[in-house]
Ligand binder design. Structure first.
Ligand code: 4AD
Ligand code: MG
Length: 443
């Protein structure tokens, strides 16, 4: 039986995702108007609160006229506080409906200047120009939730595995991944570069901590317009002391398998909104196939690619090769000439590097690039020279080979590439809240 006190209390604040906990009760929701449908003397406003969408119902016959008029006036994305009784309804999208009992408007979107993104189809340029609003759509919030889960899974995996987070700087004095994609910035009377990778610093941290990772934004002045490249993207980079290429590959596959399992478990609703086919993700089980670059070239040639030994795999080659496997494939020992200066040469075949790229299935291409690093001082010095890199800027990095150098290695995993693959979306630009590409730095 309700006491006097409870009757006077406002209904409890609820979220749409957890409406089921309030079936039969009156609750208050805070959110935005997603849509308004009318059918005769019935109003069906839909509300979203960031976690879900629920349909409200209001009968003209039973509603106070003033409330009915207010609900009828609602425009898309008007912010509201709505109270109503939660009713289980098998036909409703989330399984529940809200019988509206009250509604306060926080800010009415004026009908004469309506929300620009309507349920009709818009071109991608229009949507990207309105990215700050487009983020509110069901599809975009689903992608951002998957991204959140990927990042959380990565961090928890590494934290539980004994890796210590030690973030790398964004402003750096030198290139890590080749000089052709550097962003230069004025740094007082000098020049600095936006980091392409935290790896060199992660190596220093690994010598201090044993197992470490950095996780932050990285920058590449990518001049090509592809669906896989951003100019600003987030990379997680674990690095291990006393590690060789096999250790790097073992960590990479465990991490990716763990992240996929976690997203399948935690994001079924989001994957459903994205209409993601789950079968290819469920197939991502350990161990992942490992093939040498030599074998990759043979397979590609057999599949009709014109690739010659010695060149890097292009996007088309990656797609073609990955198609031969039902889970991510690790390609190791690329020709040293197409890879970065810091990679350890194979002791029995110095023309190939002790490196690995992990290629995602379904045409998503490279999601991980990593290697064992050169630990010999003289060899590293020669590589810096032959790559025309400024030795002075790398003195600190060479120090790591002067003071207790050990075999070590690690990799970088691009978060956006992983999110694009897991969400099954065509273009990487939707996997980050505000994408940066050669053509876009707005909004
Ligand atoms: O293969 P990359 O260039 O490797 C490195 O930067 C190493 N220093 C990492 C390391 O060993 N610590 O880049 C690693 C990953 C790629 O596999 C890809 O997933 C992602 O970063 N990536 C990009 N993602 C989006 N846009 C771009 N332009 C990217 N470039 C690389
Ligand atoms: Mg790479």
């Amino acid at each position: 039986m309700k006491t006097e006190n409870q009757v006077q209390n406002p209904p409890p604040l609820a979220t749409i995702a957890r409406l089921g906990e309030h079936a039969g009760e009156e609750v208050c929701l805070r959110g935005w108007v997603y849509n308004l449908r009318e059918s005769g003397k019935l109003l069906f406003p839909q509300f979203r609160d960031g976690a879900g969408i629920v349909q409200g119902v209001l009968f003209q016959k039973t509603a106070p006229p003033e409330l009915f008029a207010r609900v009828k006036s609602l425009t898309q994305e008007t912010s509201v506080e709505v109270t109503g009784k939660v009713r289980a309804d098998a036909r409703a999208p989330g399984g529940y409906e809200l019988e509206i009992t009250g509604l306060e408007i926080v800010q009415l979107v004026p009908p004469e200047s309506p929300y620009p993104i309507t349920p009709k189809e818009h071109g991608v340029d229009f949507l990207m120009d309105h990215r700050h609003l487009w983020l509110r759509s069901q599809r975009q919030t689903a992608i951002l939730r998957v991204r959140h889960e990927v990042i959380r899974a990565v961090r928890e995996f590494l934290d539980h595995d004994g890796f210590i987070l030690a973030d790398a700087p964004i402003l750096t004095p030198a290139a890590c991944e080749g000089t052709s994609t550097l962003f230069e910035v004025d740094y007082f009377d000098d020049k600095a570069y936006l980091t392409q990778s935290g790896q060199l610093y992660a190596e220093a941290a690994a010598m201090a901590l044993g197992k470490t990772y950095c996780f932050g934004p990285t920058f590449r002045a990518e001049k090509s317009k592809t669906r896989r490249h951003l100019t600003e993207f987030w990379m997680v980079e674990p690095e291990m002391a006393f590690a060789q290429l096999d250790d790097v590959m073992a960590l990479a596959e465990r991490l990716v398998a763990g992240v996929v399992a976690r997203v399948l478990q935690s994001c079924p609703r989001e994957l459903a909104v994205l209409e993601r086919n789950l079968a290819p993700l469920e197939a991502v089980q350990l161990p992942f196939p490992r093939i040498s670059y030599d074998e990759a070239v043979e397979r590609l040639r057999a599949a009709g690619s014109p690739i010659e030994w010695g060149g890097d795999l292009g996007g088309t080659d990656e797609t073609l090769l990955a198609r031969e496997f039902d889970r991510p494939v690790m390609v190791h020992r690329y020709p040293a000439q197409v890879k970065a200066f810091y990679m350890q040469p194979d002791p029995v075949r110095p023309e190939v590097a002790m490196c690995v790229d992990m290629l995602a299935p379904e045409g998503y291409g490279e999601i991980i690039g990593g290697s064992q690093r050169i630990h010999d001082l003289d060899l590293l010095r020669r590589r810096i020279e032959s790559h025309h890199l400024p030795e002075a800027a790398f003195q600190w990095y060479l120090d790591l080979r002067r003071f207790g150098s050990v075999p070590h290695g690690g990799f970088g995993m691009g978060i956006e590439r992983v999110v694009a693959w897991l969400c099954g979306i065509e273009h990487i630009r939707e996997t980050i809240p505000f994408p940066r590409t050669i053509y876009r730095i707005f909004p």
